[in-house]
Design a protein around this ligand. Structure first.
Ligand SMILES: Cc1cc2nc3c(=O)[nH]c(=O)nc-3n(C[C@H](O)[C@H](O)[C@H](O)COP(=O)(O)OP(=O)(O)OC[C@H]3O[C@@H](n4cnc5c(N)ncnc54)[C@H](O)[C@@H]3O)c2cc1C
Length: 376
């Protein structure tokens, strides 16, 4: 018998959906709560590294992911010069194993849809447009009050509700989330034939300009600048700003720029970071994914770390028979240092750019690749 019989998972992002799928596949009754009214129709793209793909395969969605995404095994480094000259072509580490691509671009809404469909297929009760208003726990369970005033008692609550986690707040945990000083413009649009992998342009007027193919017909492009308050800009002005910043970048960027015409596909956000000291649980409520640790996407590992938290937690909950301190110790031993190392490395890479310091980026990437090549 598993250590838990019924679980509430708050948040249907990568961490929450993966936890729910794994638990329900192994016979646990799971309610998955999502505050958004539906799976988003619009969104940006995400780069999934090999170790994220390995975990998606364990969820039984690899074929759908492979069909919807765009795989590549090399990252290009280009110069911010008039030709977008290729400076290097770096083979990406196959951190998910030799039988998986090194990386894959995916439209975020497509990935969310695949995971929600899989969750429903394995028996998860997915409730959109709902949240909780109160959590009260004792030694044997957690009583949850929902926003529709209904109540239910669970053996465990998993807070997978992202960066500004309500669950974390409900536990009374004060965690400082800090801006690291960078902001990112992202646009989702059509893929020119010249874009077949991620290329990164370091330098020029912005810190980084890049793009990632997310399917035969789509890509997302991004430009990282010093963080500033862009909230007063109208959508049309946001689009114009991103286009203007992109004018310093050439090669495939010349074609991408021409497709930047839809203000609703442009988004601006700051890079933020935090790591919650272990333990990530308070009694029978545990935080995972961005709710516990978040990093700038300089290594594109946030999604992978969220998936790994989910897989490890679900494995321990279903392979053990008691939810005790031993289980939590095993969870933290497998997750805390690994996630913190990834966050620290991501922050270091960002800081080198902010300080215009030439750090040993290849060594840092190698260190993270070696770590993430080991199963979580
Ligand atoms: C600009 C940017 C680019 C990034 N690029 C990449 C990348 O290329 N590759 C990568 O691996 N990572 C990337 N990341 C990081 C990655 O997006 C996150 O690490 C990952 O999505 C975390 O997943 P999660 O499930 O923990 O949280 P989330 O994806 O934030 O999911 C949380 C879910 O909980 C829901 N929720 C919130 N509050 C409540 C509530 N009260 N009740 C119910 N539901 C609630 C939300 O609606 C959401 O669906 C990027 C991050 C940023 C900011």
């Amino acid at each position: 018998m598993p250590a838990v019989n019924n679980v509430l998972v708050v948040g249907s992002g990568l961490a929450g959906a993966a936890t729910a799928i794994h638990l329900a596949s192994r016979g646990v009754a799971v309610d998955l709560l999502e505050i958004k009214p539906d799976v988003a129709a619009l969104g940006s793209g995400i780069t999934l590294q090999g170790n994220a793909l390995r975990e998606l395969r364990t969820l039984g969605v690899w074929e759908q992911v492979a069909a919807a995404g765009y795989a590549f095994d090399v990252t290009g480094i280009r110069a911010p010069d008039p030709h977008g000259s290729v400076l290097a072509e770096i083979p990406d580490a196959k951190t998910g194993g030799p039988d998986l691509p090194a990386a894959m671009g995916m439209p975020r809404p497509e990935l969310a849809r695949i995971l929600c469909d899989r969750a429903t297929e394995v028996g998860v009760k997915l409730r959109h447009g709902t949240t909780f208003t109160e959590l009260t726990q004792d030694d044997d369970g957690v009583d949850v009050t929902f926003s529709d005033h209904s109540t239910h008692r669970y053996d465990l609550v998993v807070g997978a509700d992202g960066l500004r986690s309500w669950t974390r707040r409900a536990l009374g945990i004060n965690l400082e989330t800090r801006s690291i000083g960078m902001g990112i413009w992202r646009a989702f649009g059509p893929r020119p034939a010249s874009v077949t992998r991620t290329d990164l342009y370091y330098g020029g007027p912005s810190f980084i300009a890049g793009y990632c193919p997310t399917g035969e017909d789509s890509l997302y492009a991004y430009i990282v600048e010093p963080a500033q308050d862009r909230s007063a800009l109208s959508p049309a002005e946001q689009l114009a700003t991103m286009r203007q910043l992109s004018e310093a970048y050439h090669g495939p960027w010349d074609e991408i720029r021409e497709t930047l015409t839809d203000p609703s596909r442009v988004n601006y956000t700051w890079f933020e970071t935090h790591v919650l000291d272990e333990p990530w649980n308070r009694g029978r409520v545990v935080l995972i994914g961005d709710a516990a640790h978040t990093c700038p996407p300089t290594i594109a590992q946030g999604g992978a770390m969220a998936l790994e938290d989910a897989v490890v937690l679900a494995e321990l909950l279903t392979e053990r028979t008691v939810l005790d301190q031993d289980l939590w110790d095993a969870f933290h031993a497998r997750r805390y240092a690994r996630a913190k190392t990834v966050v620290d490395a991501s922050n270091t890479l960002a800081q080198w750019q902010l300080d215009h310091v030439q750090g040993d980026a290849p060594a840092l990437f190698r260190q993270i690749a070696e770590l993430t090549s080991q199963p979580a």
